[in-house]
Design a protein around this ligand. Structure first.
Ligand code: PLP
Length: 428
């Protein structure tokens, strides 16, 4: 597979953009490769600058649940282009997207739009601290909640991929108030709450972890987190930036696990491929955000008409339950097929999925937390990644990321992928 144009573009990008990329994992350093530069997407496929086609399981890291360039989203965007791209004043489309989320997610009475998942979590944390008058926050090792200072502690995603503990530039004073515990450790969490619960403003958790690879929650862990936070007057924030409208369908992961968080963060799918984040929750909490309340949060481009239109068009398409059923079935096909390919090749492998969010690790052990994830065979993952890429299959370039299926993936796409996987597994 020729990639000379991608190589030339990366070489000039490195002079212009730090590391040649605008987000670290894209550099593909941990898998010993260079990024492919994308020219266009269509359905389940992306095409690089050299004209190579790939079946895409990254989907812009999750947002593109309908695949690339879905007609309803493109048509909605074209309409907006004829009326103006930003006003910094309210538009009806903001109400429309808010209504779609409020109607779907039981715990959300009100919602505030922002521009990224990072902004959503950062703002939800400020709100929780403002409402409770407490400073301490709790997160879980390997969960990634964006790149805000307070949350960059034992984080997953790119931080895990680059194997850095946090980041220079984050003052020790700022993270003094962030406690990070192992994911799925019920006893450890109960102990901390018994000791410090009354000082803790909020607990933020990915209800299905997707940033240390995909790690399933023990449902009892999520129940314990809800119970203990409620007991201590601590707010529970579900970070559904990745799982929102993907895991558990429109009811989101909180619907799937039957948990009622105080606040929820969204991003990715609700922006339909445009830059959107949002945080929402109980009316009495959300009402404390400015201008109704005194907890400040704002944004020049928040509620942007293009982003709202893409989100509305996407969520309306997702009102069709069949889409979720088909994605779930195809994720099942993919994960079972990958497991069988690894088993046949005698490679220790463990894989799973929740709806169209999936993940796999090169280890025979069940991965329950970040420490488990870190023991898997990164070298073998890198070989698998490179082998699959050479066969036109685009997975995330890191063991510590999830993969995604869209409504545009077909049974045939999955079969092509599994055919490639059988060959690659035999070689690595
Ligand atoms: N929260 C979760 C669970 C995420 O997966 C991500 C990004 O992958 C974020 C927050 C940050 O979102 P963004 O990259 O849009 O800032």
């Amino acid at each position: 597979m020729e990639r000379t144009k991608s190589a030339a573009l990366f070489s000039s990008a490195r002079n212009l953009i730090p590391g040649g990329v605008n987000s670290p994992v894209r550099a593909c350093g941990s898998v010993g490769g260079e990024p492919i530069f994308i020219e266009k997407g269509d359905g389940a496929r992306i095409f690089d600058a050299d004209g190579n086609a790939y079946i895409d399981y990254v989907l812009s890291w999750g947002p593109l649940i309908l695949g690339h360039r879905p007609t309803p989203v493109i048509d909605a965007l074209k309409k907006v282009l004829d009326s103006g791209t930003s006003f910094g004043a309210p538009t009806a489309r903001e109400n429309e997207l808010a209504q779609l989320v409020v109607d779907s997610v039981a715990s959300v009475d009100m919602i505030r739009m922002v521009n990224s998942g990072t902004e959503a979590t950062m703002s939800a944390i400020r709100l929780a601290r403002g409402v409770t008058g407490r400073d301490l926050i709790v997160k879980f090792d390997g969960c990634y909640h964006g790149h805000a200072d307070t949350l960059l502690v034992a984080a997953g995603s790119g931080v895990a991929t680059l194997n850095i503990p946090g980041s220079p530039g984050v003052p020790a004073d700022v993270i003094r108030n962030t406690l990070s515990l192992p994911y799925n450790d019920i006893e450890g969490f109960e102990r901390l709450m018994a000791e410090k619960g009354k000082e803790i403003a909020c607990v933020i958790v990915e209800p299905v972890a997707g940033n240390m690879g995909m790690v399933a929650p023990d449902p009892l862990f999520l129940k314990a987190v809800r119970r203990e936070t409620a007991t201590h007057g601590t707010l529970l924030i579900f970070d559904e930036v990745m799982t929102g409208f993907r895991v558990g369908g429109r009811a989101c992961a909180q619907g799937y696990f039957d948990i009622d968080p105080d606040l929820t963060c969204f991003g990715k799918v609700i922006g339909g491929g445009l830059p959107v984040g949002a945080y929402g929750g109980k009316r009495e909490i959300m009402a404390q955000i400015a201008p109704g309340g005194s907890i400040y949060q704002a944004g020049t481009l928040s509620g942007n008409p293009l982003a709202m239109a893409a989100g509305v068009a996407t969520l309306k398409e997702l009102e069709n339950d069949q889409l979720y059923a088909d994605m779930n079935r195809r994720a099942d096909m993919l994960i079972n097929g990958l497991q069988a390919a690894a088993d046949d090749a005698g490679i220790p492998f463990s894989a799973g999925h929740f709806g169209s969010m999936a993940g796999f690790f090169f280890t025979g052990k069940k991965v329950r937390n970040f420490n488990d994830a870190k023991t898997c065979d990164l070298d073998r993952f890198a070989k698998f990644y490179r082998g699959m890429l050479a066969k036109g299959i685009y997975f995330a370039p890191s063991q510590f990321e999830a993969c995604f299926i869209s409504a545009a993936h077909t049974d045939e796409d999955i079969e092509i992928t599994l055919d490639a996987a059988r060959q690659v597994m035999a070689e690595i």
